[in-house]
Design a protein around this ligand. Structure first.
Ligand code: SF4
Ligand code: SF4
Ligand code: FES
Length: 323
């Protein structure tokens, strides 16, 4: 009989340790079924949360070997094949405060979710008509975002959030803000976008972890992009984020290639770039990462448009029309 081991991160409120539980392999078990079996047969003090067992409630998300998954929707056999080993590390979600073992604190996350002003603030005409109907086409535009089950997998793996929770929000918060901002019935889309603007809308580092980890195939990173577009269209173009996006687009539109050396002064302003980035640039020179000749060449790089630039410009124009 094959033996599987779960090495589980434990926490009792003051002490942390890793405890290994070995059990016989039975084909067709989910990660949640394994955890339940461990609790029922080996250690009744093991804490984790779950409810629906059908990928609906979002309560059972945990990390397996450093990747957030829904325990009730993840087959043990798939993991064994993916990792090629019979020992798996089970841990609570990252970027959450742990309460006990695999149980994390959602209270603080829900407080932060309020910044999205979740809830429909409908246009006045709807109160007059006594209904709040929406065409199937308009609903389809936000249907994916409605699928969010608040499991926290995206927040667990978000690299920007891991860097700092002080100036960025959980990816699902952007998804919820986008869902209401883009709802055809909303009275004021910017009501939902403004809270995001003040809390890191331009600080996502595009690591794509939220998009690859979401069990519902939602892409919070795309919701961030669409709200950036709404903010820019609404005249909120101050700050390095919008300037960076504009410089990026100008480069692509003009030549089809990015000049990353010029991107920094155009984003941060010449004086700020010169003072803030100079020590870093000098370190690059000192360590041989960048030669003076190479820097000059990069700065005055070939500005002729690449072959096929007309096609690229057409795509950019089309995207602009779509938004
Ligand atoms: S793409 Fe942005 S929001 Fe998504 S996980 Fe990475 S940093 Fe976070
Ligand atoms: S966006 Fe996806 S991963 Fe994030 S909380 Fe919602 S369902 Fe979970
Ligand atoms: S138990 Fe509800 S989503 Fe897993």
């Amino acid at each position: 009989m094959r033996t599987i081991t779960f090495a589980i991160d434990r926490f009792d409120g003051s002490r942390s340790w890793t405890q290994s539980f070995a059990f016989d392999h039975v084909p067709g078990m989910t990660v949640l079924a394994c955890l339940i079996r461990i609790r029922e047969t080996q250690d009744p003090s093991l804490n984790f949360t779950a409810s629906c067992r059908s990928a609906i409630c979002g309560a059972c998300a945990v990390r397996v070997n450093g990747n957030a998954v829904l325990a009730c929707d993840t087959m043990l056999d798939d993991l064994l094949e993916e990792w090629g080993q019979d020992t798996l590390r089970i841990a609570p979600l990252g970027n959450f405060t742990v309460i006990s073992d695999l149980v994390v604190n959602w209270d603080e996350k829900i407080e932060r979710l309020r910044l999205a002003r979740p809830g429909l603030h409908a246009r006045a005409e709807f109160s007059a008509s006594g209904g709040c109907r929406q065409s199937p086409r308009d609903f389809q535009a936000i249907q994916k975002q409605w699928d969010c089950i608040l499991c926290g997998a995206c927040a667990s793996e978000c690299n920007k959030l891991a860097d700092s929770r002080a100036d960025f929000l959980e990816p699902f918060t952007f998804t919820h803000a986008s869902r209401y901002a883009r709802d055809s019935r909303s009275a004021d889309s910017m009501l939902h976008v403004n809270g995001m603007l003040d809390n890191g809308l331009w600080k996502c580092v595009h690591c794509m972890e939220c998009a690859t980890k979401c069990p519902k195939h939602i892409q919070p990173v795309e919701d961030i992009a669409s709200m950036r577009g709404m903010a820019t269209a609404g005249g909120r173009t101050d700050g390095p984020g919008p300037r960076h996006a504009q410089a990026f687009r100008t480069d692509l539109e003009n030549t089809g290639r990015l000049n990353e050396v010029k991107l920094v002064p155009r984003t941060e302003g010449l004086l700020s770039a010169a003072t803030r980035r100079l020590p870093f640039t000098l370190r690059m020179f000192a360590r041989g990462k960048l030669g003076v000749g190479e820097a000059i060449h990069l700065f005055f790089a070939d500005n002729r448009p690449v072959e096929g630039i007309d096609g690229l410009r057409k795509i950019i124009r089309q995207r602009r029309r779509d938004h």
